[in-house]
Design a protein around this ligand. Structure first.
Ligand SMILES: *Cc1c(COP(=O)(O)O)cnc(C)c1O
Length: 428
């Protein structure tokens, strides 16, 4: 399979090169030349999680990784459950927080780290993985790459805009992981990282790559749990909607890819917080990126979603066709708090501030359209313990794997929000 740059000013490359580069030389995101169809009989016939995911991802990789290596990568990446839980009639939570850092990003980050190590196995120059995080990406990437030979991870996170547990996860891994605490917003962090990839001097002197969802090996494996969620449904005939709490829109776009491959999904719902660039676009047809607004669902505080170009590409820039598959809703922090409380009180189920908005989007859509729906619970509620406990007016239990982080000492390097400071740091 070849991957072309969405900007169309760089040559198409194979999978391995797209993974190592992250972003194309013309700064475009890589996109597969075709979206393959799932082989018939792969879905809905009782195959295992690993069988389904291996067959599906192989279609995008071809012979660049041997079957046996790819199989072991898939098994190693998906070594934790991805269950759906029925919260109320016809409404399921897809719990994506059973991995090591308790957020859905573990799936993509683990797959990426193993692919990157594989494709760089004969390289002797150290590789620097540069990643901007709004909270959960950094720790998932750090955990995925921890102690991987030949790879250094540099994380940029916005000072004061991540939760305590998130910050501890970012700043306490040590070893080959360095956390840069940026005096600015997530958008600043993302801009600094993009700037670094665009800087000739850095590119010549360092082996830089990206672990954000612009990287195809982080983006594609996010399809896995859409397949697996469908597989777990008892009723596979009833029209199905997925509601995805969205920020950079990598997760949701992967779901749209799964549908394009043949997964029978009726509708996708993009549930956002006040950062509503995409819902607004779906309504008005005008795409208006702008500075992000801080909310209690901080992993979605993104004012210019980097994967939106992949959605446009998928629908050939045709908004009418896009609207058939995709509905967008934007909600407030109060909505998130009210949902966390109501779902907890009525159904004894804990949602986090991101999943809560996805639940609300799903309810809103199903009120009109019926059917059944799955909302993505993208992080364990304890990652946002203050906000969640406040909303439900009760205490929650922190899982042991998160508690471990809290006991450790924070180590970060404070820098300003200019590219020059990042550059100076990297070159030293
Ligand atoms: C990253 C993140 C999101 C947003 O996912 P995107 O793929 O960027 O849209 C939602 N919820 C949580 C908890 C996250 O960490």
């Amino acid at each position: 399979m070849k991957y072309y740059s969405i900007n169309r000013k760089s040559p198409a490359v194979n999978f391995g090169e797209a993974v190592v580069r992250g972003l194309a030389p013309d700064y475009g995101l890589y996109y597969p030349e075709e979206i393959p169809m799932l082989p018939s009989g792969l879905i809905g016939t009782g195959k295992t999680l690993h069988e389904i995911c291996f067959e599906a991802i192989k279609l995008f990789i071809g012979s660049e990784i041997s079957n046996s290596v790819l199989q072991s990568i898939v098994e190693d990446v998906l070594n934790f459950p991805l269950p759906i839980v029925e919260v109320e009639k016809d409404i399921f939570s897809l719990e994506l927080w059973h991995g090591p850092t308790a957020a859905f990003k573990d799936v993509g980050a683990r797959f990426l780290s193993r692919n990157l190590s594989y494709f760089l196995r004969n390289e002797d120059k150290e590789v620097i993985v540069l990643v901007a995080t709004s909270g959960d990406t950094g720790s998932a990437v750090a955990s995925g790459f921890l102690n991987v030979d030949g790879i250094k991870v540099v994380i940029l996170y916005p000072q004061g805009k991540v939760s305590e547990i998130q910050e501890k996860q970012l700043t306490t891994m040590g070893n080959n992981i360095t956390a840069l605490e940026v005096k600015g917003t997530f958008d600043d962090c993302q801009k600094m990282v993009k700037h670094a990839f665009n800087n000739d001097e850095l590119r010549q002197q360092l082996n830089l790559t990206s672990a954000n969802s612009i990287n195809i090996a982080r983006f594609l494996p996010q399809m896995f749990y859409y397949f697996w969620a469908f597989e777990q449904l008892n009723n596979k005939q009833k029209p199905l909607a997925f509601s995805v709490p969205s920020g950079n829109f990598g997760n949701l776009t992967a779901g749209l890819f799964a549908k394009k491959m043949g997964l029978p999904v009726h509708q996708f719902i993009a549930s956002t917080n006040a950062n509503n660039v995409v819902p607004e676009f779906l309504e008005t047809g005008v795409y208006r990126p702008r500075p992000s607004i801080a909310t209690i669902s901080n992993a979605m505080d993104i004012g210019d979603p980097s994967n939106f170009v992949r959605i446009s590409e998928l629908y050939d820039n045709n908004i009418e066709v896009m609207r058939k598959d995709l509905t967008g809703f934007s909600f407030s922090d109060d909505d998130a708090r009210n949902i966390m409380k109501a779902v907890y009180n009525e159904f004894n189920y804990l949602t986090d501030p991101h999943g809560a908005l996805a639940y609300k989007g799903l309810k809103k859509w199903m009120a009109k359209n019926g059917g059944q729906g799955i909302f993505l619970e993208t992080a364990h509620p304890a990652k946002f313990i203050d906000v969640v406990e406040n909303a439900i007016e009760n205490k929650i239990v922190i899982p042991e794997k998160l508690n471990e982080y809290l006991k450790r000492e924070k180590k970060s390097i404070l820098i300003g929000n200019s590219f020059e400071e990042l550059k100076t740091f990297l070159l030293n």
